[in-house]
Design a binder for this molecule. Structure first.
Ligand SMILES: Nc1ncnc2c1ncn2[C@@H]1O[C@H](COP(=O)(O)OP(=O)(O)OP(=O)(O)O)[C@@H](O)[C@H]1O
Length: 556
């Protein structure tokens, strides 16, 4: 159309850096970050991040360089989310449950120039650097983050005199007049997030400034965050940049309550002490809260919105959380979609339904949030959309502005993931007549028994509804006759040890078609990833080692 121009007056690359700059003006004296007896204001946080960016530039960090971090949810981890991009660099947050071998692999793959490490994880990074030194000529520089001023007594003088740094001293080197290196193009990378490694080795997912900006704003809306929320950090910031809220809380001038580790006592104590309005957590965290001892609990000071996602939330857990007074928001996504990509948008007319029906509706994965263009359930071969009948299973696919740039140094995997112009999630689901999607399984986890597909999520949610069950996971056990049969791994609540496998099987057969009910039930602790996902590949291996059931018993 004649008269349209694109120039810097009407087109500026989107970046979450803007959120911090605005917060420093609008919310200058309000608390930004609180951790134990440390409290910063938004003015402080802005200045500290500028100094961090300046110090990184002084250390010759250039645009596009990767800066890694291995730390729990502490103030420095929050500051790195802004300081690193303000230096034009790319933040790569690593999972604190990784061992030295995995950290060395990820440091090599990401080619990180610096690694910031919390003092508690220093031995992991030192081990990783020792491994790396065998194959890499130039090791990343080490910046140690202490929890108190007494760093030297913790890490020893020699470490700090050998070219490494301590976080606060590094900040002191920074200059407040540093010119922030904003992205030249909004698609420039802002962060590098490795996937959880639930189904395969972690892949390096590249986020852009634009995607991070859009997903942060969408996540604020999804969380129903008004101005100046108080956010309790239970979601690891290393996981999808805390579902993009590491940036998002700044946009609303909120207060970040940092936690080194998550226990139910500290969740309830912090909610009461800081009048927390929002928090997030994987279903495992919700399950911990729902089953917490009465001695840990404190009355909620007001409305507390909890966003959950990361794995399927069983309806009984959602139900219990709401009974405790929390307001639940269910989101779904992958590392590749900046964390939350869809949300089970709640409709007021559902408020009058019975509680268990509400929990069932809420356990659906829902519809795209406002930053994402589309989510669909498709046949991965023909790419045709499945009918909206709540029954036909297809693969969940995404497209839009909050889908990753690609996988680092893995163009083959990127091309495969984007086949046909959609991002293929590897998750299987159905679309209900109202347009909401519901996950049935990961394609690698679905059980095929006698030619019938069995959704492990459906079976798990029935087992979960048994009053004695604390956690449950269902996998396929190889079977000579049926191909596979469902095998449940169950952790019972304290005091319910008398429950037998037969009782769980009978309970499922009364509520599910018989072919879906588990044929085997094993009682044990369930192995989990650091993001709270059950490591089904470990359970599958256990089930495989049990051998076929059909040899041993008569067929159904
Ligand atoms: N609300 C949800 N309901 C059900 N499943 C969910 C939900 N949110 C996330 N998930 C599961 O988590 C997956 C995304 O997890 P993430 O990106 O952290 O890494 P991962 O897929 O577990 O690891 P890897 O790709 O390395 O195996 C989704 O594909 C889906 O299977």
């Amino acid at each position: 159309m004649e008269g349209t121009i694109k120039c810097c007056a009407n087109y500026v690359p989107l970046t979450p850096i803007t959120f911090l700059e605005r917060a420093a003006i609008v919310y200058a004296d309000r608390p930004s970050v609180v951790y134990r007896d440390v409290m910063y204001t938004w003015k402080d946080t802005h200045q500290r991040c500028i100094k961090l960016a300046s110090a990184l530039a002084h250390l010759r960090i250039s645009r596009g360089d990767v800066v890694a971090a291995l730390a729990p949810n502490i103030p420095a981890m929050y500051e790195l989310h802004f300081g690193v991009p303000m230096a034009g660099a790319v933040l790569c947050t690593l999972n604190i449950r990784h061992d030295s071998a995995m950290v060395s692999v990820l440091l090599r793959h990401s080619e990180a120039k610096i690694i910031f490490v919390d003092y508690q994880f220093l031995h992991i990074v030192q081990g990783a650097l020792a491994i790396l030194s065998k194959t890499v000529a130039k090791l990343p520089l080490l910046v140690v983050i202490p929890d108190s001023g007494e760093l030297v007594s913790i890490v020893g003088k020699s470490l700090l005199t050998s070219g490494n740094f301590e976080y606060e001293s590094l900040l002191e080197m920074g200059k407040l007049d540093f010119e922030v290196r904003r992205p030249k193009d909004e698609c420039d990378p802002i962060s590098l997030n490795y996937t959880s490694g639930t189904t395969s080795s972690p892949k390096g997912v590249i986020y852009s400034h634009r995607g991070a900006y859009l997903n942060s704003l969408s996540t604020i809306i999804v969380n129903e965050m008004g101005s100046t929320p108080t956010y309790l950090w239970c979601v690891p910031m290393f996981h999808c940049n805390g579902w993009c809220l590491a940036w998002g809380v700044a946009a609303q001038g909120g207060t970040n309550i940092c936690l080194r580790s998550v226990t139910t006592k500290c969740i309830f104590d912090n909610i009461a002490q800081h009048k927390v309005t929002h928090l997030g957590g994987a279903p495992t965290v919700l399950n911990m809260i729902a089953n917490s001892p009465a001695s840990d609990r404190r009355p909620l000071p007001g409305k507390v919105a909890v966003m959950t996602g990361g794995s399927p939330p069983p309806p009984p857990v959602l139900y219990k959380m709401e009974e405790l007074g929390f307001t639940l928001i269910h989101a779904y996504g992958l590392t590749e979609t900046y964390g939350p990509g869809t949300v089970c948008t709640w409709k007021p007319e559902w408020d009058s339904l019975p509680q268990d029906a509400q929990a069932k509706l809420k356990s659906r994965q829902g519809v795209p949030h406002l930053g994402l263009q589309e989510v669909d359930i498709k046949d991965p071969v023909t790419m045709a959309s499945v009918p909206w009948d709540g029954k036909t299973i297809g693969e969940v696919m995404f497209r839009g502005n909050t889908v990753m740039n690609g996988y680092l140094n893995n163009s083959k995997a990127t091309e495969e993931a984007f086949t046909g112009g959609w991002f293929h999630s590897g998750d299987l689901g159905v679309r209900h007549p109202d347009g909401y999607i519901e996950l049935k399984d990961r394609s690698k986890d679905i059980i095929i028994s006698g030619g019938e597909n069995i959704s492990t999520i459906e079976v798990e949610s029935v087992i979960f509804s048994h009053p004695s069950v604390l956690e449950a996971a269902v996998v396929g056990r190889p079977d000579e006759h049926w191909g596979e049969t469902p095998c449940a791994f169950v952790k019972l609540k304290d005091g319910y040890n008398a429950i037998s496998a037969e009782e769980i099987i009978k309970y499922c057969r009364e509520r599910l078609p018989h072919y879906m009910a588990p044929r085997t039930v094993v009682f044990e602790d369930l192995p989990k990833t650091s993001t709270g996902k059950i490591q089904k590949y470990v359970l599958k291996e256990n089930a495989k080692n049990m051998g076929s059931i059909s040899k041993k018993t008569a067929n159904k």
